[in-house]
Design a protein around this ligand. Structure first.
Ligand code: NCD
Length: 312
């Protein structure tokens, strides 16, 4: 069905729906209630050039819950990258040691680039301010799981829409499902024009505003994001904008919506929201495991091997 997971734009609606159905079957295996050896003997190679908690750990958990194993690095300081080894050479080498590669890199296009160099499947775990397609799949899964549908949902994407890669991928995917979107950001952190142009070209109505109050009464999902400090060319600008949006108990009280966040949160959501029924972000982070299990099975076990193709 697909060989790599680089951009959500490479996926048709049917592909995404299929992955989400497979992910649902993975849930009891993801929670440890049932065990699986579907990827026994297989190795996932991890190349993380940028910090990560959830993405890396949920990929590792997903691979191990399927009976497979993981090699790689989460800190380039201990690799030959510091001696000047090229990205292509490091990827080539890791591909010789593993059955698929997960890469997170600060440069947009890095995952696509290595997918042209290696002959194992490549999964983009975030490329600069580009895309984060597996996060999008778990975001969609969370919405589907909670509402039973994605198509008619009204979703507000809030925060750093310029540098946030999760919202870039998510906006394209929501468009494919026909969900309606509003973009809430300070003017300097607007969704990039090329994405707005693509969405409008696909017939999607997009509302843009600086004020959360303009949309909060008309949404089913508040998808809140962190201001991406590390991508700001000017630290002064970051300090002017930080704290632009803040969700607390009174923002969501009595409102019929869910709050999602790819995490990490800095100061966008008060901890008091965590115990409210609207808070979905920790559940959402757990759903990274079944979604990534589904992807790994589809990418790795369908490529070869014989006796290991069944789920259990
Ligand atoms: C996001 C990322 O790295 O793009 N985190 C994640 O993968 N869950 C969001 C962020 O860093 O703000």
């Amino acid at each position: 069905m697909f060989e790599n997971v680089i951009s959500i734009k490479d996926f048709k609606r049917e592909d995404i729906e299929f992955i989400l159905r497979e992910a649902e079957k993975m849930e009891p295996f993801a929670s440890g209630e049932k065990s699986s050896s579907a990827l026994r003997g297989k190795i996932l190679g991890m190349m993380f050039y940028e910090p990560s908690t959830r993405t890396r750990l949920s990929f590792e958990t997903a691979m191990k819950r399927l009976g497979g194993d993981v090699v790689g690095f989460a800190d380039t300081g201990a690799t030959s990258a510091v001696k000047g080894e090229s990205l292509a050479d490091t990827a080539m080498m890791l591909s010789a040691y593993s059955d698929a590669i997960v890469i997170r890199h600060n440069l947009e296009g890095a995952a696509r680039y290595i997918s042209d160099v290696v002959d194992v499947p490549v999964i983009n775990a975030g490329d600069g301010a580009g895309q984060h397609p597996t996060q999008t799949l778990l975001d969609l899964y969370t919405m589907k799981r909670f509402f039973g549908r994605i198509g008619s949902l009204r979703v507000a994407l809030v925060g750093d829409l310029k540098y946030g890669r999760t919202v870039h991928s998510l906006a394209y995917a929501l468009a494919v499902f026909g969900a309606s979107m509003s973009f809430v950001s300070p003017p300097v952190l607007r969704m990039p024009d090329n994405i707005i142009h693509d969405l409008r070209g696909a017939g999607v109505e997009v509302k843009e505003t600086e004020r959360l109050d303009d949309v909060i009464d008309e949404v089913d999902v508040l998808y809140v994001t962190r201001i991406q400090k590390e991508r700001f060319p000017d630290p002064e600008e970051y300090s002017r904008i930080r704290g632009a949006y803040h969700i607390d108990g009174s923002t969501v009280a009595d409102r019929d919506l869910i709050v999602m966040h790819p995490l990490p949160r800095i100061d966008e959501i008060s901890p008091e929201v965590d115990s409210l029924p609207q808070a979905m972000y920790f559940r959402q982070a757990f759903y990274g495991v079944p979604v990534r299990m589904a992807l790994l099975r589809l990418l790795i076990s369908e490529r070869g091997g014989s006796e290991n193709q069944k789920i259990v």
